[in-house]
Design a protein around this ligand. Structure first.
Ligand SMILES: NC(=O)c1ccc[n+]([C@@H]2O[C@H](COP(=O)([O-])OP(=O)(O)OC[C@H]3O[C@@H](n4cnc5c(N)ncnc54)[C@H](O)[C@@H]3O)[C@@H](O)[C@H]2O)c1
Length: 341
């Protein structure tokens, strides 16, 4: 029986993580059978709902991957697993190449062997295109110009995915998402970090003048886009996902503080990161043409995210007080903790 005759079975790698867990929810709501592959390095087991097959497997473990394909036999793969922190990549670039490039290759090889109708590879938007000049929007045809080891590892994997399509006819699609914000994002990332700092009346360390332009899209908009690419994306094509608009980091911080009712005096400008891109902006018309439309403005996305962290201290307090401290102590000693990618 050909795959087109069997019901969709989606393997979500990184499904215990921030974006992956929302993707899993969407697929379950559509009545689709789902399995999650995750090594739980940043993901949480409790983020994976009941009724989902769970494989605690590392992308670098080829035998583990083989077992997942043999047992679950996915028709589709949504590849979200990655070392996804720019800051971690700066401290340990080899890890990014092992996980994001070689781990991705292991997955492509497993797909080549076992076959599947489609793989959606989550690349990255802003970081991959690099600085976008004022008045321009990065289109999918723009060549990657990564600066950080993280972005370079994603760009390399992006090229490899295309090479597997051209060389072996592997049915691939690529998504390039802007900065996501929303529930269940690790408190290391800028918006959760700032909300949780502000709730503790701690300063918010803003890089440089804070005028870097970013597209903070709500994670549910991003995941709706992923869903459209998974179902309707044309094989061999790449799709940008974002709002198509941008705001400055400083504006983001001001909205965040206003929503919390906290004073602007918590803003503390710190030395800018080397090679920090001034402006990210993507054109999202290609995905719009498939019928997708972002639902939330930056302001709505920031305010909703802030409220979620205010109402869900149970989720982030243990991370921030426990593993978060240890994690950062180990990686960064007493240096400032911030990841504005
Ligand atoms: N967060 C963003 O703003 C954003 C924007 C564009 C693209 N992306 C991409 O989306 C994907 C998901 O990012 P996220 O923000 O949800 O990050 P995340 O860290 O929350 O999720 C990544 C998941 O992958 C798992 N993982 C990491 N290394 C693994 C390995 N070696 N083997 C198996 N599992 C492993 C982690 O445990 C985690 O559950 C990534 O590919 C990232 O590059 C993220």
């Amino acid at each position: 029986m050909g795959f087109s005759e069997v019901p969709m079975r989606v393997l979500v790698t990184g499904g215990a993580g921030f974006i992956g867990s929302h993707i899993v929810e969407n697929l379950l709501q559509e009545g689709i059978e789902v399995a999650v592959l995750d090594n739980l390095s940043t993901g949480k087991r409790e983020n994976v709902p009941k009724g989902v097959y769970f494989y605690k497997v590392d992308l670098r473990d080829r035998e583990g991957l083989e077992r997942v394909f043999r047992e679950f036999r996915p028709t589709h793969v949504s590849h979200q697993a990655a070392q996804a922190s720019v800051k971690v990549s700066v401290d340990n670039p080899l890890l990014d190449f092992e996980v994001n490039l070689l781990g991705g290759l292991n997955l492509l090889e497993a797909m080549r062997k076992w076959g599947a109708e489609k793989i959606l590879f989550a690349s990255t938007g802003g970081a991959i295109y690099g600085e976008v000049p004022e008045g321009e929007e990065a289109e999918e045809t723009w060549p990657p110009r990564p600066k950080s080891p993280y972005a370079a590892s994603k760009a390399s994997a992006d090229h490899m995915v295309n090479a597997y399509h051209i060389t072996y006819g592997l049915p691939v699609t690529i998504s390039r998402g802007a900065n996501n914000i929303g529930p269940y994002q690790h408190p290391e990332k800028v918006v959760p970090l700032f909300v949780t700092n502000a709730l503790n009346d701690m300063p918010l360390p803003v890089y440089g003048d804070g005028k870097q332009m970013r597209d903070y899209q709500y994670v549910l908009d991003h995941c709706a886009g992923i869903d459209v690419v998974l179902h309707k994306g044309v094989i061999g094509e790449t799709y940008n996902i974002g709002t198509g608009k941008e705001i400055t980091n400083l504006e983001m911080v001001e909205i965040l503080l206003d929503e919390l009712g906290k004073p602007r005096s918590l803003i503390q400008h710190v030395e800018d990161r080397q090679g920090h891109d001034r402006r990210y902006c993507m054109n999202v018309d290609k995905l719009r043409a498939l019928g997708w439309e972002p639902q939330y403005t930056h302001e709505q996305a920031i305010r909703m995210t802030v409220r979620w962290y205010v109402e869900n201290r149970w989720w982030w307090e243990p991370i921030r007080n426990g593993e978060f401290k240890e994690f950062y102590q180990r990686l960064y000693g007493n240096r400032k903790v911030l990841d504005v990618s």
